[in-house]
Design a protein. Sequence first.
Length: 571
Amino acid sequence: MVSPMPHAGETLVSAPDRLIGTRIDRYRILERIGEGGMASVYAVEHQLLRRRMAMKILQPALAEQGSFAARFHNEAIAASRVRHPNVVEVTDFGWSAEGLPYLVMEELQGRALDQVLAAGPFGVARALRVATQVARGLAAAHAAGVVHRYLKPANVILGGSDEHEIAKVLDFGISKLLAEGPHLTSLGSVLGTPQYMAPEQAAGRAVDQRADVYALGILLYELLAGRPPFLDPNPVQVLMMQQTAAPRPLAELRPDVPASLEAFVMRTLAKDPGARPSSMEACVRTLEDLGRVAPVTAPPRPVDARRFSLADPVPATLALEPTEAYVASRLAGGSLTEHELVQVSGLPPAQAVAIIERLLAKGVLAEPRAPGAAIAPIRLVPTAVHHSFSERVPGPSRQSKRQAALQTADELEAAGQFGEAVVALKSSLSLDPFGSDNGWIEHRIRQLESALAAIDFKRGRQQDAQGHYQEAAAAYERAVAHNPRSAAYLEAAARKRLYEGRDGAAALRFATLAASLAPGDCEAHATLARAYLAVGQWVQAAAEVDRALRIDPKRRFAKSLKRKVEKAQPR
């Protein structure tokens, strides 16, 4: 199927068009293949070269507005500067006889990434392959002095075969030419799609290449989770979340995602641009390294078109999780296809599909109807069945229990019993998994767990100083359990595993995460080198020592460790 590069919101069409069959300059218009709010896309043929291409023409109403015409011209200039297999090739720009600006580009075979993602998240290996190609294309753009600023799945085309999938970045309509000015978007203006905008872009501040690094992190998160990290019906709320909210850990949505990959994604999503990977080239190198060791895992089952209804009768004795009861309650008014059920649940597709499978296994949902079978009309669920589910969906009694749990959490926190307060807060979440104040409760849990981690880390250091090494190791690992994104806690746990527990494999897990979270920390890389050395991986140990010395060439312990690694290597 031919799928050109329509702008976000464009759709493939086949309606009659007065331009079809006419010529614009050297190009004969063959058919209209996409249309959106800003532009129409046509398949054209170059009259001299006899080559099919795609032509994007600005809508007449917008062509009269100077800013849109200038932005369209900007897209042509920016994209034409970049020559890379993972970036759409723009070959020409001009104006029609009616004064409409157009640009000509290669005609792409494939589908937009957002259309592919509609079937569900990718497996880890495939997500890394696609993200690596997108990063390579953006690195080429940055090398040419262009920041994209509009990266999102709708602006990536996937083509090629399953074995040789090719990703191409397109739509440079709001890109920034670094060496030129003035720019089409000034400080204080916000242009882009809120779900994929960097915090500084959402705030209307100046952006550089690191805004694309953030957008790459959002895209990779969505490839793995099936949804971007921040969603809300109100776009302004999404912009605020980009600036202040922490993304939900990937491990909660995809337990099969390696810790090193999750750590990289979270680094790209740092609110402070200075805390992100320093360049897109650095992202490419990291993604390539991760891709070499990516586990071969199947992606979650995609959403399909089967139709479900509540079983009749529903099993008399049910033990449902709150999320299971919530999804089942969506069917209280009749039957829905799986696509519809996922949409009305508001859950990530992978999570919703997993819940549907569990409900089928428990006999709560009717077996899917055979393909082509007649679909029964929507029916009312018997009252007894409806009540059995409404009891499991938050109601007044559950809300009162929730309020009591929150009050208990307040009292426990005031008394300094942070661990018990966390338990009470998590209990309140389980009573209403979809409450409007859940974000605030989760924020409180993270704050308390950070406090618990700091207390345990302090205890670990005190035990260390007193020579109680086993107690120190246990305290450090409790700190990691409370806050697994602290490089200092991870590094301390790794050192104790190395020197006291003699457990190189466990030390390696802790040290790998620490180095991922603190790539500029000389000691973190040195600890990782020691962990590699402990498990006999000499090449990796040598590479980490070299990284440590590049960060701080004067550190004596790193020089000493390098000699130790060289001496330990088999001859």
